[in-house]
Each structure stands twice: as C-alpha cells, then as structure tokens.
Design a protein around this ligand. Structure first.
Ligand SMILES: Cc1cc2nc3c(=O)[nH]c(=O)nc-3n(C[C@H](O)[C@H](O)[C@H](O)COP(=O)(O)OP(=O)(O)OC[C@H]3O[C@@H](n4cnc5c(N)ncnc54)[C@H](O)[C@@H]3O)c2cc1C
Ligand code: SF4
Length: 565
C-alpha cells in the first residue's frame, strides 16, 4: 500500500470505532479505519429464520470447526452454527490466563464487532455511579459528572434509537425514548410478584427500533437479534455508522489488518500503527496525525502494552503504570430458574418477541443508604422465559419418547429464569499484561489475564439467589434450581478499566476527554476508559463518550493542537 498520511487512523470499527470514524469523516478529515477481520455481509453471513433442526449439526456446530486454530474454545450465544463458515470470530489469536485465575475472552473480528449481535440494553449512567466513591468511600470518583455527560447520552440515544419509558428512578436517569417494547405474558406476572417483594420491574432501555428511526426500519419482532438483524432494526455499526462514514468518501477501510503496535516519532507522539495483513502475513505501517484506539477494552490495552519504545518502555502512554490495571467485569449467572404453574397447558404463542431484554430490574439496593446491604454499590437483573423460538427448557425436564415431547409442549409457555448483572470492583490483583513467553501465530506477544471474582460481587450473587427465592414465591412459581457458580469472568462482554480516565496523570491513563495524558494525539474510544462497570451495560455509553471525545478531538484540530495531514 502506498504510504499515505491520513488526518486520523481509527483502530476498530465496532460501537466505539464505527462511531469515531463516522464523526471524523463527516467533519471532513481523511480517515483510515483498520479492522482486524473481514467485512461482514449481512445477506450472506447472518443465517436467520431457521430452526436448529434445519441445521446440519442441530445448532451444535461442526465438531471439527476449530481444527488447526490457535484458540479453539467456542464462544457462547453469538457464535453458533448460524454464523459458521463466515470467519467472524477470533480463533487465530490466542491468549493466556495466569494459573489460578480465569478470563473467557470472546472476540468478534468482523467489521462492526460485537454490536452485530449484542443484547441492546442501553441505560444511562448517573451520578450515583460517577460519585460512588464519595458515597461509600471505595476507590475514586469518575472525572465527570452527570450534567456534563447527559447531553451526549441524549445525542447517542437520538442517533441509535432506544425504546423505553420515563421511570423517575434514583439510579437510572431517564432519556429520550422510542415507544417501549411490548411485554411478554410472563412480564406481567413477574411485575406483580416483584411489586410484592419491593423490587422494581420496568421496561428496559433497549436500542431496538419500535418505529422507523433515522431512515432505519421498525423491528418486526422475529426474535433473531443475536444472530444479527437482516433489516438493521437495531443499532449496529454495520447498518448505521459504517455506511454513513463510507458515504462521505473520506474513509479508507482496511480489513483483515491486525494492529500490533502504535508507532511513535522522535518526541514519543503517535505517528501511525504497524499492522499484520492476515492474508499475506506481511507487516505494514500506516501514518496519521491523530490516532484513535477502539479495539475493544482489553485489546486496546494489548496494543498499547505492545507499543514499547525508548520513550515508553512499559507501553505507550503508561507513565502512570495504570495501563492494563483495574480490569473489571459484570458477574453474570442465573440465580434462579423454574416455571409458572398458572401457565401450564396454555397455548404456545411465540412471545419472546425480541430475543432480548424487554424488561429488567434496575438497581434497587443501597439507594437510600450506600451501606444498607452487606455489599456496596448495586446490581441489576433481567428475566427470561416464555415461549421462545426454541423450547430451551427441554434440558430441565426428565423422560424420553412421546411423553417427554408432550411434557415439553405442556411446559412451553411456563419457563422463567433470571440473569444477574453485578459489577466487580477494581482490585490490584485483576489486570492484563503481556505474556513474557507466548506469541501468537503472527509473532505478536500475547495478552495474559489475571482475574478472580471479588467478595463484593460474590455477596451480590448470594443476595440475588435469596431475591429469586422470594420472587418465585411471590409469583406463585416453582423453582427448578439456580446455577451453583456464576459464569466465567469475561462472559458478559462488559469489561472496563484497563485504560481508565481521570484528572490525575499519576493515577489514570487518559484525561476526562479520553485523550491520553502522555501522548496528546492518542485517543481511546471504548469501555477501557470507564474506571469500573456500574449496574448498567456499556455500549450506549461507549457511543456517547465517543461522540464527546470526537468533539474534543475536532476542537483540538480547530485550536491548532493537531495539524491536518
Ligand atoms: C451476545 C451479546 C450480547 C450483548 N449485550 C449487550 C447489551 O445488552 N448491552 C450492552 O451495552 N452491551 C452488550 N454487549 C456488549 C457489546 O456488544 C459491546 O460492549 C460493544 O459492542 C463493544 O464495542 P467496541 O467497539 O468497544 O468493541 P468491539 O465490538 O469488540 O469492536 C472492536 C473492533 O476492533 C477490531 N479489532 C480488535 N482488535 C484489533 C486489532 N488488533 N487491530 C485492528 N482491529 C482490531 C475488531 O475487529 C472489532 O471490529 C453484548 C455483546 C454480545 C456479543
Ligand atoms: S426482532 Fe427485530 S431487531 Fe431483532 S432480528 Fe428481528 S427484526 Fe431485527
């Protein structure tokens, strides 16, 4: 490729990178976006509207599909026989876990990243999150307050289209919403039970289009979302930001280009990136005046830790020593599942309309007094069940033959179960670094994880199990069981913290605009800047903060801090 100098390079085309490249292209900058995997093609790569029994391996996938791959672990939910053969997920680049610790690193390498398949839950953070350290004395506040971020949440919601209602809840600031998703039959029963035990059950904030929005069609509730939407009826870079960036003609999009490190000039500022072309295995350099890293939280830290030079001996922009530290995640798991006997024998009408989070239980703990419970902060929960497209409850029933089949049908409308979303707290023992020995098949030093759940989130997990016992009683439901252990760390895909932002360059990697303290032309647009997860999910905030960061970046061009190419 001829050596061209761009105004900006954006690494990653997911929720963060896609938004950054759209804004920068629309502002007239020449942008080179670099994506580690291939371009996704919805009409070929999304295989929707089929039953698992129509698939060759009944949904379990070809048992030999990972033969010869460096990382052979299958990923959950998003990777299935429905996406097989499309080379969408990362199995060429391996990673390691420090013995005795664990992380399940699921990566989508195609353009658009994980938001091709995401769950779309999209709540705003609030000051209860940003000022949590003031309230309970743990850790540090975020370097922003709600009033300054709120307009960016509004911009993100207006752009993405988020369905919900105004709820006036103390932990969940309200936003601007499309009409809410219609509820399932089970939601009304759960809501009544939840009311009896004093737990809120309200429409989730869901980035799914309940009506046409900004030229995108309304959802027709086929329930196939986690296999990718063939209409573009929920926010994803594939249908939103990427075509809009391309329409400006200011975008050069490189695919199958795995960035290994940031290149620096003689003063230690960023001057471009080095990437490996996956098809030729050649290493290539691209140059720009400004660099935006949006490779998805831990991968952004991986690239930065691998960017060592005489100026940055421990990784670029790491004078604080905080790069790779403070790794956090949402603890996920099922604290209770069972069925609603009152629905036994009811007709099975498909009502799992969105395959998603129609309603949720937003944080209700520690609201009046930050230390009311045995744990600090709080968690949220989602309830699943009803007539899904596939009767997943078959595994909970015993038997065989025609009676077993009859029973599956009988119980079809009845199953109900919970998913807890509990934020971990930053801990000195949870971090990523570069494996001193292992390199991936492209010769790039691998990332190594050190992570264990902490006591605070495990107390939330125990608490949620008791809540489920109470809720099942209040709903008149019968409990079949609960997970013995929470899911593996990494499962939620809401990791944060490894490039945290802050006002003090000694304790944070970037300033409050996500511009690294040390390298003024290096910006970060993913959840790695968030110091910790909250009880809310990360993607709508990634989009909102990216809009805010790009505004500041463009302003820095206007002020002369950055020069055009
Ligand atoms: C099934 C599922 C359900 C989810 N549910 C929710 C939800 O309800 N709410 C919510 O908020 N979030 C949810 N998420 C998480 C959400 O998808 C992510 O938070 C979000 O997509 C992250 O966006 P990102 O741009 O930071 O990263 P990604 O989407 O991972 O994008 C990163 C991009 O960078 C590229 N890249 C990576 N490494 C390199 C490299 N070295 N060189 C070049 N390019 C690179 C990748 O190809 C990719 O395009 C869910 C995810 C899944 C899969
Ligand atoms: S339910 Fe709606 S958003 Fe989901 S795949 Fe179907 S049309 Fe798309």
């Amino acid at each position: 490729m001829p050596t061209k100098l761009f105004d900006a390079i954006v690494v990653g085309t997911g929720a963060g990178g896609g938004t950054a490249m759209k804004i920068l292209c629309e502002a007239g900058l020449s942008v080179c976006a670099i994506n580690s995997g291939p371009r996704i093609n919805p009409s070929k790569d999304y295989k929707l509207h089929r039953q698992v029994y129509d698939l060759k391996y009944r949904g379990y996938g070809n048992p030999l599909r990972f033969a010869g791959k460096a990382h052979q672990e299958p990923y959950s939910v998003e990777e299935s026989e429905y996406s097989e053969g499309a080379d969408i997920f990362e199995h060429d680049v391996a990673y390691s876990n420090e013995p005795g610790t664990d992380w399940y690193w699921k990566r989508c390498k195609a353009t658009g990243g994980k938001a091709n398949f995401w769950g779309r839950s999209s709540a705003r953070h609030g000051d209860i999150d940003y000022k949590a350290a003031d309230l309970d004395g743990f850790g540090e506040n975020w370097p922003v307050d709600y009033a300054e971020v709120a307009p960016w949440f509004t911009k993100a919601e207006r752009y993405m289209g988020v369905a919900s209602t105004v709820q006036n809840r103390p932990s969940n600031p309200d936003g601007e919403y499309l009409p809410p998703m219609p509820w399932r039959c089970i939601d009304y029963i759960i809501q009544k039970g939840a009311e009896k035990i004093g737990v809120p059950y309200v429409p989730d904030r869901c980035a799914q289009l309940t009506k046409t929005h900004n030229g995108h069609p309304a959802c027709h509730y086929c329930g196939n979302c986690s296999r990718g939407c063939d209409l573009g009826a929920f926010f994803s870079p594939t249908w939103f930001t990427i075509p809009e960036a391309e329409a400006t003609k200011n975008l050069t999009l490189l695919t199958n280009a795995l960035v290994r490190s940031v290149l620096v000039d003689e003063t230690g500022m960023a001057r471009g990136v080095a990437y490996v072309d996956r098809t030729t295995k050649r290493e290539i350099e691209v140059y720009a005046k400004v660099l935006v890293l949006a490779a998805s939280c831990v991968e952004t830290a991986h690239i930065m830790l691998n960017s060592k030079s005489r100026h940055w001996p421990t990784g670029i922009a790491n004078s604080s020593g905080q790069l790779g530290k403070n790794l956090c995640d949402h603890l996920y798991g099922c604290p209770g599942y069972g069925y609603l006997p009152q629905l036994l024998g009811q007709p099975a009408t498909p009502d799992n309309i969105a395959d998603s989070t129609v309603a949720w239980m937003p944080r209700w703990q520690n609201l009046k007094n930050p230390r009311e419970e045995k744990f600090i902060r709080g968690y949220s929960m989602y309830m699943g069940g009803g007539c899904g497209e596939f009767p997943g409850h078959y595994g909970r029933l015993e038997g065989f033959g025609s009676e077993f089949k009859r029973n599956i049908k009988r119980y079809y409308p009845t199953p109900v179960g919970a998913l807890i979303q509990a934020p971990s707290l930053p801990s000195e023992t949870n971090y990523v670094d570069i494996d001193p020995e292992k390199k991936d098949i492209f010769g790039i030093p691998q990332l190594r994880f050190h992570f264990r759940w902490g006591q605070n989130e495990l107390l939330m997990w125990e608490h949620s199990k008791q809540v489920m016992i109470d809720l099942f009683k209040a709903m008149g439901a019968e409990m079949w069981g609960a997970d013995d252990e929470p899911n593996r760390p990494g499962t939620s895909l809401h990791e944060t913290g490894v490039c945290r932002f802050g006002n003090d360059p000694k304790t944070s990697v970037t300033n409050k605009w996500a511009q690294t303290h040390d390298v003024k032309n290096l910006y970060i647009c993913d959840a790695s800047i968030f110091p910790n997860p909250t009880d809310k999910t990360t993607t709508m905030p990634i989009v909102a903060y990216t809009m805010r960061t790009c505004d500041s970046l463009l302003n820095n061009f206007k002020q002369g801090l950055h020069k055009r190419a």
